[in-house]
Design a protein around this ligand. Structure first.
Ligand SMILES: C[S@@+](CC[C@H](N)C(=O)[O-])C[C@H]1O[C@@H](n2cnc3c(N)ncnc32)[C@H](O)[C@@H]1O
Length: 642
């Protein structure tokens, strides 16, 4: 497993593609999505990746704990029928589980590998006292919740009817017991006044979904729990409630208040874990994780917030109830600082300098998440990126995207048969394209993403297909002899070999092989269309009345200039064979009147008269002497003073 594979889901597939062996290189456990630090933080054999489904509020809490994870919002629609649950917390736990399972399935489908762990959480507030009253003390009271059936709670319905109508089809709480996010200010007021002066319960259901992938199938092992915290509201005036509602805070909070901010003013007393009210019962979660994976090793505990503060010595699963969540949010930054500076305890020593430096073996043993350098994501992407490019080029050349646009979704076996390629290799290439965001995969097969449909078809207004093919044919061989070129200064030789041109220029001229020319035009035009607007608007060209684009190809920039400057006449000057292909690309309409095409060789023929000469995308591919020759000719044609 390379470090890059720990960061990039597609990297493992690229490797598998390269190896082209029968078995998937990353089958089974060992799949790593995202952060390696979670592994180090939790336990040696612990999980290496956590997806938190949609508890954004909980992110700082988990970060405080030193867990690194990726937040993947769940697409699970929270439409479970509340009345079918025996208790409010059963509803919260099931919602948390369904959120997590949805993410697990989606990630598995997308990346073809299971994430290690997905955590789902759902917090609800229940109007507990009222429940007891409504149930006449029978079904729901004291510490224990006894399953209640619908009829027991029918009394609460009339009170809630108008609210139900406002909730517009949202499934109603267990007969009004579960308070979710208010739908409007009035709803917030009715929630808060129900809680006013009373005690209520906050439940968070948590599901820890451990994932296993076997033979491409996802297996899961779900552990779940819930945490209850009792909150006593002070007796509050209507004025204060409305002031609080006017602050806007209640609108996205279950129960209509947030204890982590202004809402704390409303609270007189709490029994239980305050973080549970914030949205994630970290203490219970840590105990559960320790149960599942063993407790974290001491060095994996979160570092001190400031160098002067000591690292907490308690097992994080023991007590976290007094955590201040503001500090929790700022923790990751301090940890990063700790890492790059080597940390207060032994970072410098671990480097092996100074009399007390431990042996390299000790230093290795003492390595912690805090003494490691920042993860070099960008560098690893540079190291591996060429493989992604090659996969893209190959898919373009095989016209995978054209096929899937016309006939998709298709299974790998059908793509292979239509393209006359191997089933195994095609399947892997398609999977890499999925991981690169170029294809989507479903039960019905592969199909183009919007991005691929827009840019990677061989024809189309914004096609970059020819550019990809050209890069593969021309740039790839250049790049592969870069080391030799740098050593021996043989760039022109390499280019000549690759491009088949006399002077190594990458632009088509008379010496170039004819079969490449359409690709050049298509590639240059595709890129020019994308960039023309930026180029045309980068400078104020309004003082010019005529312009000439030298090597202006199919006129993409010329047309954009004409669009931007209605008074500008633009001449496109290019080789005759290029101009002959213009008809395939030229837009029709008013703009064409401002643009004219003149065939010619800008190194031999007289340049058209113009106030402004633009040389778009020509010189960078040329040897210096030739570039100099062209610039001298342009200089000779320019009107002094313009
Ligand atoms: C890489 S393309 C640039 C395309 C341009 N960026 C655009 O707006 O589409 C280079 C262009 O220079 C043209 N070219 C190359 N040598 C030329 C020459 N000696 N005289 C005129 N045009 C030339 C090519 O035909 C080609 O269209």
């Amino acid at each position: 497993m390379s470090p890059l594979q720990a960061r990039q889901p597609w990297a493992a597939q690229l490797r598998a593609l390269g190896e082209n062996s029968g078995d998937s290189a990353e089958s089974g456990r060992g799949t790593v999505h995202g952060e390696g630090h979670t592994h180090r933080t939790l336990a040696r054999a612990g999980p290496r990746c956590i997806f938190l489904t949609n508890q954004q509020d909980s992110s700082p809490l988990l970060l405080f704990q030193g867990l690194k994870f990726e937040v993947v919002p769940s697409q699970f629609k929270e439409t479970l029928r509340k009345a079918s649950f025996p208790t409010p917390y059963a509803y919260a736990v099931e919602t948390a589980k369904q959120k997590a399972l949805e993410v697990a399935r989606r990630m598995h489908q997308k990346d073809l590998r299971a994430p290690d762990i997905v955590i789902g959480a759902d917090t609800i507030v229940t109007d507990g006292k009222q429940a007891v009253r409504c149930c006449r003390g029978g079904a729901w009271g004291g510490e224990k919740y006894i399953p209640v059936c619908k009829q027991n709670l029918v009394h609460t319905r009339s009170q809630q009817r108008s609210l139900q109508q406002r909730r517009r089809g949202k499934p109603q709480a267990i007969e009004g017991l579960i308070l979710e996010k208010p739908v409007d200010r009035q709803d917030a007021y009715s929630m808060l006044s129900r809680l006013n002066g009373k005690e209520h319960s906050v439940f968070t259901g948590v599901a820890i979904v451990r994932c296993f992938s076997q033979d491409g199938r996802l297996d899961v092992d779900v552990s779940e729990f819930h945490e209850e915290t009792t909150v006593q509201f002070a007796q509050l005036s209507d004025e204060l409630l409305w002031d609080y509602i006017d602050s806007g805070e209640p609108m996205d909070k279950a129960g209509g208040y947030g204890i982590q901010s202004l809402g704390s003013m409303l609270v007189q007393q709490i029994r239980g874990d305050v973080l549970n009210v914030v949205g994630f019962p970290l203490n219970h979660f840590c105990r559960k994780m320790a149960e599942l994976h063993g407790p974290p090793r001491p060095e994996h505990r979160p570092p001190a917030r400031h160098e002067s503060e000591s690292v907490p010595t308690t097992d994080p699963s023991e007590s976290l109830g007094d955590v201040d969540t503001e500090g929790a949010g700022s923790h990751p930054a301090s940890r990063d600082e700790g890492r790059s500076h080597g940390g207060a305890q032994g970072g410098a020593q671990a480097g092996g300098h100074g009399p007390e430096a431990p042996s390299s073996q000790d230093a290795d043993h003492d390595r912690t998440a805090d003494t490691l350098p920042p993860f070099p994501t960008g560098l690893l992407e540079l190291i591996d990126g060429f493989k992604a490019s090659k996969a893209l080029f190959t898919a373009c050349k095989l016209k995978v995207f054209d096929l899937l646009q016309d006939e998709g979704p298709l299974r790998a076996v059908d793509v292979a048969s239509k393209l006359d390629t191997s089933e195994c290799g095609t399947g892997r290439l398609l999977d890499v394209c999925v991981a690169l965001g170029l294809l989507e995969k479903s039960d019905r097969g592969y199909r183009n993403t919007e991005l691929a449909g827009r840019h990677l078809l061989s024809h189309g207004e914004h096609s970059l297909h020819s550019l990809a093919v050209l890069c593969d044919d021309l740039d790839w061989p250049h790049v592969s002899c870069l080391e030799r070129a740098v050593r021996a200064g043989a760039a022109a030789d390499c280019r000549r070999r690759a491009s088949g041109t006399e002077d190594g220029a990458v632009c088509p001229d008379s010496s170039q092989s004819p079969d490449r020319k359409p690709w050049f035009s298509g590639a240059a035009h595709g890129l020019a269309r994308l960039t023309a607007h930026q180029v045309a608007t980068a400078f104020d060209l309004s003082r010019f009345s005529s312009a000439c684009t030298l090597g202006g190809c199919m006129g993409a920039l010329a047309h954009e200039l004409a669009r931007e400057y209605p008074g500008l006449r633009v001449t496109v000057f290019d080789l005759r064979e290029a101009i002959e292909r213009v008809a395939c690309f030229q837009p029709t309409g008013r703009l064409t009147e401002q643009v004219s095409f003149v065939p010619g060789d800008f190194l031999k023929d007289r340049l058209p008269e113009a106030d402004l000469y633009v040389v778009p995308g020509v010189l960078q591919g040329w040897p210096d002497d030739k570039a100099h020759e062209l610039l001298s000719r342009i200089s000779g044609s320019c009107h002094p003073g313009m």
